[in-house]
Design a protein around this ligand. Structure first.
Ligand code: ADP
Length: 439
């Protein structure tokens, strides 16, 4: 009862509530009239009491409705303010695709005015409409000329699309469901991120790196050939001092050539020109080959390479053997490079217990990786601060390439590490070609 009167007081001046107040006063005066003037008229008295009861119930319901609607108004105003304040174009629409909210950025982006948008029902048939065609393709992104990437069908849903009309655009459209506290879906909110400029900038960077790497590759290859001739003493005898220096020069050239190759591979992957060659291949000889090739580097650093042969028979499976070898080379190279003297590198194979995948792990007993670096390891050009101080060779492309190759096989790559104890990099590959992604 107390709550009722506080609410009544709170809404007393609410315009939508005034008719109720008047009705209540009318009923009370009628009741008083019935009591004082027609004391004997019990029927009138009962009817008046009944009417007063009905009024009380109606008032309680009305108060609650006002409470709910003012809360919804508040929430709606907050959402409006939020959407208005963001720089990215945003549009919200009902389940029937009727537009209910747009921000100024969307008006500018679609070249449509608020009045032309609010209340408009967008249907796929409008995709060729001169005025609403572009907006229709934003609301139904699968109608866009090119769908580059699409997240799973769960919300928030992300889709990357390209347009050539009204101008060249690369957009990421994020769709979120608008739900109430009970989970009822009222509609959708779409926010459009314009990636066009970022992509152009990335392309310029990529082109620059590709040109520079190509320009470096030829003279480096020439230098490598000259040093080879010298080392083989085909141009005359060498003093031990000269031979030592030329061998050091050779190592530096090999390292630089590797960097140039990594840069070119990264550009090819990003431009989708890496050209994977899938074929049936045997994984064990590939691992053996990599370990043999890295033996000199490992013994130089006094690191032991161990291959724990699987206790199950591994049949050949479909993969790109050269690229898988590259992944192993990157991981073994790092495991040696970032290891300690007298450390170990162990390679193990395990079958996934649930899916037809094999997990290949490369574990080292090295310096480990700080927890804050773990999420950045597979990004382009990342090198940890600790490593940069000690190890000058490397430009932070290896793991980025490894991740791309593994993902092209439908697999995953991950790392577990304890600082001061070592790191284990594991990648998975499908044994069943049905799990290879469409190429
Ligand atoms: P690079 O070795 O050329 O720096 P990578 O992409 O192969 O490039 O590795 C990126 C970074 O990840 C390295 O610079 C290093 O900081 C860290 N890292 C990679 N492998 C290991 C490892 N086995 N142990 C410790 N840190 C590692």
């Amino acid at each position: 009862m107390f709550k009722f009167f506080t609410q009544l007081k709170k809404h007393f001046f609410d315009s939508s509530f005034l008719p109720f107040i008047f009705l209540g006063l009318l009923l009370i005066s009628q009741l008083l009239l019935a009591l004082f003037l027609f004391q004997t008229e019990t029927v009138v008295l009962i009817l008046s009491l009944l009417a007063l009861g009905v009024w009380l119930v109606a008032t309680v319901i009305a108060l609650n409705l006002i409470e709910i609607s003012s809360r919804l108004d508040l929430e709606r105003n907050q959402i409006n303010a939020m959407i208005y304040s963001i720089d990215d174009p945003a549009v919200s629409y009902t389940n029937d695709f009727e537009i209910i909210l747009v921000n100024p950025a969307l008006e500018k982006f679609t070249n449509l005015k608020r009045e032309e948008l609010i209340g408009k029902v967008i249907r796929p048939e409008l995709s060729n409409d001169a005025r609403y065609g572009f907006l229709t393709k934003l609301i139904f992104p699968s109608l866009a000329p090119l769908v580059v990437e699409r997240s799973a069908d769960t919300y928030p849903q992300k889709i990357k699309v390209k347009f050539d009309q009204p101008r060249e655009l690369t957009l990421e459209i994020v769709t979120t469901k608008v739900v109430d506290e009970h989970g009822n879906n009222y509609g959708f909110l779409k926010i459009i991120h314009d990636l066009t400029k970022d992509e152009a900038l990335q392309k310029t960077q990529r082109d620059f790196i590709t040109v520079a790497a190509h320009q470096l590759r030829t003279p480096l290859a020439g230098l490598s050939w000259i040093l080879e001739l010298l080392v083989k003493k085909e141009l005359g005898p060498l003093t031990p001092e000269q031979e030592k220096l030329i061998k050091q020069g050779q190592e530096a050239v090999v390292e630089s050539l590797k960097t140039v190759e990594d840069l070119l591979t990264a550009s090819q992957i990003e431009e989708g020109k890496f050209g994977f060659q899938f074929t049936q291949a045997d994984l064990i000889p590939i691992i053996e080959d990599v370990l043999t090739n890295f033996e000199p580097a490992a013994s130089k650093k006094k690191v032991k390479l161990i291959f724990y042969r699987p206790n199950f028979k591994l049949e050949p499976f479909v993969m790109d053997p050269l690229r898988v070898k590259l992944v192993l080379e990157i991981l073994v190279d790092n495991a040696i490079k970032y290891n300690v003297e007298n450390g170990e590198v162990a390679i193990k194979l395990e079958l996934d217990p649930k899916l037809p995948f094999i997990n290949i792990s490369v574990a080292d007993t090295g310096q480990g990786i700080a927890p804050q670096d773990l999420s950045k390891l597979f990004t382009k050009f990342f090198r940890s601060e600790a490593v940069m101080k000690e190890e000058t060779s490397g430009i932070g492309l290896g793991l980025y390439l490894a991740k791309n190759i593994v993902e092209h096989h439908g697999g995953k790559i991950w790392v577990e590490s304890i600082v001061g104890r070592g790191s284990t990099f594991t990648f998975s590959l499908p044994l069943d070609p049905a799990y290879l992604p469409p190429q």
